[in-house]
Design a protein around this ligand. Structure first.
Ligand SMILES: Cc1cc2nc3c(=O)[nH]c(=O)nc-3n(C[C@H](O)[C@H](O)[C@H](O)COP(=O)(O)OP(=O)(O)OC[C@H]3O[C@@H](n4cnc5c(N)ncnc54)[C@H](O)[C@@H]3O)c2cc1C
Length: 332
């Protein structure tokens, strides 16, 4: 008897967790619009500089997530980042500490998504394929790309992309469509700056309060990164949401200005600058749903946004939907 087929939309951690948990129970095809796995867990390399421009680190409060991470820690594709941490208010450092193994802060190594490369081994992933919509066809779901080409027919479709994107792809017959279309996600700008000479910030990672920037990190202080001095800055969600349509050059300028008013940096030493805009960076409000599984229609949605904007939440949501779905994958 044939196994049921599942199309997973999105090769971020939540989509890949679904694949990992169900790979022996179903025929799975993953569609990913970009060229690599990881989604918001990502590292950008620009010449001699590299920047983890999405998730900065992750924690593991949940026992299952800790167990999931163990083999990756063993293979050293997940490592500890024992950063010198600071909390800044305006331009004042108000608190400093050192992260350590009593409450681990993890990163992917050598790149943020390295452990997801490992997780996706043997997965059938169709890269650079944006799923635009799905349509019922003969008791199956047919997927289409943005050129109206068919991407095949599947028993189940699991969307592992942010809520607003899921409600664009899924038809209104999806039981939870109204709920999803109400879920708001905030945006974020990531400013990447590289320096010619070594720099010293006095910390490796800092949260910034009461500012248009919310985070500063010395990316090159993370394990297994290139040594070239690189600083990663996140805008606040509030500033990004207000400035969604700003020209990139103006956004860079404002964030660089705010950075220079926050900490002392040798800006005459600047060798590189780039900006990334994340339209759907974080879910604005925590949710208790965890997953959205519509058994009657054989559609499901998962992702960090079902819980909160954290790497660990993406894993949990993917794990929970896979566990539920497993019961419905009995052979035809
Ligand atoms: C700037 C920023 C900073 C962050 N900092 C942290 C942090 O420090 N710690 C932490 O724990 N979390 C952080 N997060 C959140 C964390 O990155 C996310 O919670 C997590 O990566 C979400 O995983 P996911 O699989 O749910 O979604 P995603 O990673 O968004 O994966 C979705 C995937 O679907 C693909 N996709 C989208 N639409 C389509 C389509 N139509 N067709 C095909 N593919 C599609 C995307 O390309 C992507 O690969 C941060 C996020 C951002 C943006």
């Amino acid at each position: 008897m044939a196994k049921k087929s599942i199309a997973i939309i999105g090769a971020g951690l939540s989509g890949l967790t679904v694949f990992h948990k169900l790979k022996n129970a179903a025929d799975i095809t993953i569609f990913e619009k970009s060229t690599k796995v990881g989604g918001r867990i990502s590292t950008r390399v620009n010449g001699n500089f590299e920047f983890d421009h999405g998730a900065q680190f992750f924690t593991a409060k949940d026992k299952n997530f800790r167990l999931f991470l163990e083999p990756f820690i063993e293979r050293e594709v997940v490592k500890l980042w024992n950063a010198r941490f600071a909390e800044i208010n305006g331009s004042q450092i108000e608190f400093q500490s050192k992260w350590g193994s009593e409450f681990p802060h993890y990163i992917g190594a050598p790149a943020m998504n390295s452990f997801l490369d490992s997780l996706s081994r043997n997965a059938q992933i169709i890269f650079e394929k944006k799923v635009e919509r799905i349509k019922h066809y003969d008791d199956l779901w047919e997927l289409y790309d943005n050129d109206h080409n068919s991407l095949g027919c599947y028993d189940w479709v699991i969307s592992a992309v942010p809520a607003p994107q899921t409600s664009e792809i899924f038809p209104r017959v999806f039981n939870f469509w109204d709920i999803l279309s109400e879920i708001k996600m905030s945006s974020c700008f990531s400013l990447m700056v590289g320096f010619r000479e070594p720099i010293e910030l006095g910390f490796d990672a800092a949260i910034v309060n009461n500012s248009d920037i919310s985070w500063i990190s010395l990316n090159s202080s993370k394990p297994d990164r290139m040594g070239n001095p690189s600083v990663l800055v996140h805008s606040s969600n509030k500033w990004a949401d207000k400035n969604i349509d700003i020209e990139p050059e103006k956004a860079s300028h404002h964030l660089l200005d705010t950075l220079s008013n926050t900490i002392d940096l040798p800006f005459d030493n600047l060798a590189f600058k780039d900006l990334k805009f994340w339209r759907y960076a974080n879910v604005s409000k925590q949710n208790k749903n965890q997953i959205f599984l519509d058994v009657a229609n054989r559609l499901g949605a998962c992702g960090d946004w079902c819980i909160k904007g954290r790497v660990e939440a993406a894993f949990q949501s993917g794990e929970i939907i896979a566990k539920e779905l497993f019961h419905y994958l009995k052979e035809r």
